[in-house]
Ligand binder design. Structure first.
Ligand SMILES: [Zn+2]
Ligand SMILES: [Zn+2]
Ligand SMILES: [Zn+2]
Ligand SMILES: [Zn+2]
Ligand SMILES: [Zn+2]
Ligand SMILES: [Zn+2]
Length: 199
Protein backbone atom coordinates (compact mmCIF):
# COMPACT_ATOMS: atom_id res chain seq x y z
CA UNK A 1 0.00 0.00 0.00
CA UNK A 2 1.46 3.33 -1.03
CA UNK A 3 0.61 6.39 0.95
CA UNK A 4 -0.50 8.72 -1.87
CA UNK A 5 -2.22 11.15 0.42
CA UNK A 6 0.50 11.38 3.02
CA UNK A 7 2.04 8.95 5.50
CA UNK A 8 0.67 8.23 8.88
CA UNK A 9 3.77 8.73 10.99
CA UNK A 10 4.21 7.19 14.32
CA UNK A 11 7.60 8.46 15.41
CA UNK A 12 10.06 7.42 12.71
CA UNK A 13 7.84 4.89 11.00
CA UNK A 14 4.74 5.13 8.83
CA UNK A 15 2.13 2.74 10.17
CA UNK A 16 0.47 2.40 6.79
CA UNK A 17 3.34 1.67 4.35
CA UNK A 18 6.20 0.95 6.71
CA UNK A 19 8.45 3.74 5.36
CA UNK A 20 11.08 5.06 7.77
CA UNK A 21 12.21 8.61 8.33
CA UNK A 22 15.19 9.97 10.23
CA UNK A 23 13.08 11.85 12.74
CA UNK A 24 11.41 11.33 16.07
CA UNK A 25 13.05 8.03 16.82
CA UNK A 26 12.11 6.10 19.88
CA UNK A 27 15.54 5.93 21.49
CA UNK A 28 16.49 3.24 23.87
CA UNK A 29 19.98 4.51 24.66
CA UNK A 30 21.86 4.42 21.36
CA UNK A 31 19.31 2.39 19.41
CA UNK A 32 15.86 3.17 18.06
CA UNK A 33 13.27 0.67 19.23
CA UNK A 34 11.26 1.03 16.03
CA UNK A 35 13.75 1.14 13.13
CA UNK A 36 16.97 -0.11 14.71
CA UNK A 37 18.93 3.00 13.73
CA UNK A 38 21.86 3.76 16.04
CA UNK A 39 23.40 7.01 17.24
CA UNK A 40 26.70 7.87 18.87
CA UNK A 41 25.27 8.70 22.28
CA UNK A 42 23.51 6.68 24.92
CA UNK A 43 25.65 3.54 24.62
CA UNK A 44 25.34 1.03 27.39
CA UNK A 45 28.85 -0.35 27.77
CA UNK A 46 29.89 -3.52 29.49
CA UNK A 47 33.59 -3.32 30.38
CA UNK A 48 36.26 -5.94 30.56
CA UNK A 49 39.99 -5.95 30.80
CA UNK A 50 42.06 -6.36 27.68
CA UNK A 51 45.75 -6.38 26.78
CA UNK A 52 46.89 -4.10 24.04
CA UNK A 53 50.29 -3.63 22.47
CA UNK A 54 51.18 0.06 22.50
CA UNK A 55 54.61 0.92 21.03
CA UNK A 56 55.98 -2.48 21.90
CA UNK A 57 54.74 -2.42 25.49
CA UNK A 58 51.88 -4.43 26.86
CA UNK A 59 49.24 -2.13 28.23
CA UNK A 60 46.14 -3.04 30.09
CA UNK A 61 43.01 -1.37 28.92
CA UNK A 62 39.40 -1.26 29.73
CA UNK A 63 37.43 -2.31 26.71
CA UNK A 64 33.77 -1.37 26.59
CA UNK A 65 31.29 -3.12 24.35
CA UNK A 66 27.82 -1.63 23.98
CA UNK A 67 25.23 -4.29 24.62
CA UNK A 68 22.71 -2.50 22.45
CA UNK A 69 24.69 -1.85 19.25
CA UNK A 70 28.01 -3.68 19.71
CA UNK A 71 30.12 -0.53 19.44
CA UNK A 72 33.48 -0.90 21.22
CA UNK A 73 35.78 1.63 22.89
CA UNK A 74 39.17 1.50 24.57
CA UNK A 75 39.50 3.58 27.66
CA UNK A 76 41.95 3.86 30.53
CA UNK A 77 41.05 2.08 33.71
CA UNK A 78 39.45 4.17 36.42
CA UNK A 79 41.27 2.82 39.46
CA UNK A 80 39.83 3.79 42.81
CA UNK A 81 40.79 2.77 46.35
CA UNK A 82 39.08 -0.25 47.82
CA UNK A 83 38.59 -1.31 51.42
CA UNK A 84 41.81 -3.31 51.19
CA UNK A 85 45.16 -1.65 51.85
CA UNK A 86 47.15 -0.83 48.70
CA UNK A 87 44.56 -2.36 46.35
CA UNK A 88 42.89 -0.28 43.68
CA UNK A 89 39.96 -1.42 41.58
CA UNK A 90 38.67 -0.18 38.25
CA UNK A 91 35.13 1.10 38.69
CA UNK A 92 34.24 -0.08 35.20
CA UNK A 93 35.71 -3.54 34.56
CA UNK A 94 36.57 -4.50 38.12
CA UNK A 95 40.26 -5.14 37.42
CA UNK A 96 42.40 -4.71 40.51
CA UNK A 97 46.01 -3.58 40.87
CA UNK A 98 48.32 -3.16 43.80
CA UNK A 99 49.63 0.31 44.51
CA UNK A 100 52.23 0.20 47.23
CA UNK A 101 54.34 2.87 48.85
CA UNK A 102 57.67 1.12 48.64
CA UNK A 103 60.57 2.32 50.69
CA UNK A 104 64.08 0.90 50.57
CA UNK A 105 65.18 -0.90 53.69
CA UNK A 106 68.90 -0.77 54.46
CA UNK A 107 70.58 -4.10 54.82
CA UNK A 108 68.19 -6.24 52.78
CA UNK A 109 67.73 -6.50 49.04
CA UNK A 110 64.11 -5.46 48.94
CA UNK A 111 61.77 -2.50 49.33
CA UNK A 112 58.98 -2.68 51.85
CA UNK A 113 55.62 -0.95 51.59
CA UNK A 114 55.14 1.51 54.42
CA UNK A 115 51.38 0.92 54.37
CA UNK A 116 50.83 -2.84 54.17
CA UNK A 117 54.30 -4.29 54.71
CA UNK A 118 54.47 -6.00 51.29
CA UNK A 119 57.99 -6.77 50.15
CA UNK A 120 59.35 -6.05 46.71
CA UNK A 121 62.14 -8.36 45.83
CA UNK A 122 64.79 -6.87 43.52
CA UNK A 123 65.86 -10.23 42.18
CA UNK A 124 62.33 -10.97 40.98
CA UNK A 125 62.03 -7.57 39.31
CA UNK A 126 65.42 -7.89 37.63
CA UNK A 127 64.40 -11.24 36.15
CA UNK A 128 60.86 -10.26 35.19
CA UNK A 129 60.52 -9.58 31.46
CA UNK A 130 57.22 -7.79 31.89
CA UNK A 131 58.66 -5.14 34.22
CA UNK A 132 59.63 -1.82 32.63
CA UNK A 133 63.31 -1.34 31.84
CA UNK A 134 63.37 1.55 34.36
CA UNK A 135 62.18 -0.74 37.17
CA UNK A 136 64.61 -3.45 36.15
CA UNK A 137 67.51 -1.02 36.00
CA UNK A 138 66.70 0.34 39.47
CA UNK A 139 66.50 -3.21 40.82
CA UNK A 140 69.79 -4.19 39.15
CA UNK A 141 71.48 -1.13 40.66
CA UNK A 142 70.45 -2.28 44.14
CA UNK A 143 71.55 -5.84 43.42
CA UNK A 144 74.92 -4.59 42.16
CA UNK A 145 75.47 -2.61 45.35
CA UNK A 146 74.84 -5.77 47.33
CA UNK A 147 76.83 -7.91 44.87
CA UNK A 148 73.81 -10.11 44.34
CA UNK A 149 73.28 -10.08 40.58
CA UNK A 150 71.61 -13.41 39.70
CA UNK A 151 73.78 -15.78 37.66
CA UNK A 152 70.92 -16.21 35.22
CA UNK A 153 71.31 -12.57 34.16
CA UNK A 154 75.10 -12.74 33.95
CA UNK A 155 74.77 -15.76 31.68
CA UNK A 156 72.39 -13.86 29.43
CA UNK A 157 74.91 -11.06 28.93
CA UNK A 158 77.62 -13.59 28.12
CA UNK A 159 75.39 -15.07 25.45
CA UNK A 160 74.87 -11.58 24.01
CA UNK A 161 71.30 -11.37 25.23
CA UNK A 162 71.65 -7.95 26.87
CA UNK A 163 69.12 -5.81 28.64
CA UNK A 164 69.15 -2.82 26.36
CA UNK A 165 68.01 0.62 27.31
CA UNK A 166 68.10 3.71 25.07
CA UNK A 167 70.91 5.83 26.50
CA UNK A 168 71.36 8.52 23.88
CA UNK A 169 69.53 9.70 20.83
CA UNK A 170 71.30 11.77 18.22
CA UNK A 171 68.68 13.23 15.96
CA UNK A 172 69.25 13.97 12.31
CA UNK A 173 71.15 17.30 12.11
CA UNK A 174 70.30 18.14 8.54
CA UNK A 175 68.18 16.66 5.82
CA UNK A 176 69.83 13.61 4.35
CA UNK A 177 72.05 13.28 7.42
CA UNK A 178 72.25 10.29 9.67
CA UNK A 179 70.54 9.86 13.01
CA UNK A 180 71.57 7.37 15.61
CA UNK A 181 70.41 5.73 18.80
CA UNK A 182 72.76 4.49 21.45
CA UNK A 183 71.75 1.55 23.61
CA UNK A 184 73.41 0.52 26.85
CA UNK A 185 72.99 -2.78 28.64
CA UNK A 186 71.79 -1.92 32.15
CA UNK A 187 73.58 -4.98 33.46
CA UNK A 188 77.08 -5.06 31.97
CA UNK A 189 77.31 -1.55 30.52
CA UNK A 190 77.96 -2.71 26.95
CA UNK A 191 77.03 -0.13 24.36
CA UNK A 192 75.57 -0.54 20.92
CA UNK A 193 74.83 2.18 18.39
CA UNK A 194 72.23 1.87 15.71
CA UNK A 195 72.63 4.28 12.83
CA UNK A 196 69.89 5.33 10.50
CA UNK A 197 71.57 6.83 7.47
CA UNK A 198 68.52 8.80 6.44
CA UNK A 199 67.67 9.38 2.81
ZN1 LIG B 1 3.35 5.59 4.52
ZN1 LIG C 1 13.71 5.02 14.43
ZN1 LIG D 1 25.45 1.46 21.59
ZN1 LIG E 1 38.85 -1.11 33.78
ZN1 LIG F 1 51.31 -1.76 50.23
ZN1 LIG G 1 74.84 -7.01 29.13
Amino acid sequence: MACLFGHKWEGCKCTKCGKMRDEQHDWNGCRCRKCGRTRSEGHDYIYRQRRKNVLGQQKLWCEGECRLCGNTIDIEHDYQPTGKKCVLKCTRCGHTIEAHHFQPVPGICADICSVCGEERDYTKIALNDTETIQNREAAILRLKEADMIPDELKRKCKKGDHLWKVSKENPQRFQGGASSTEYTCVLCGKKNVEVDWGD
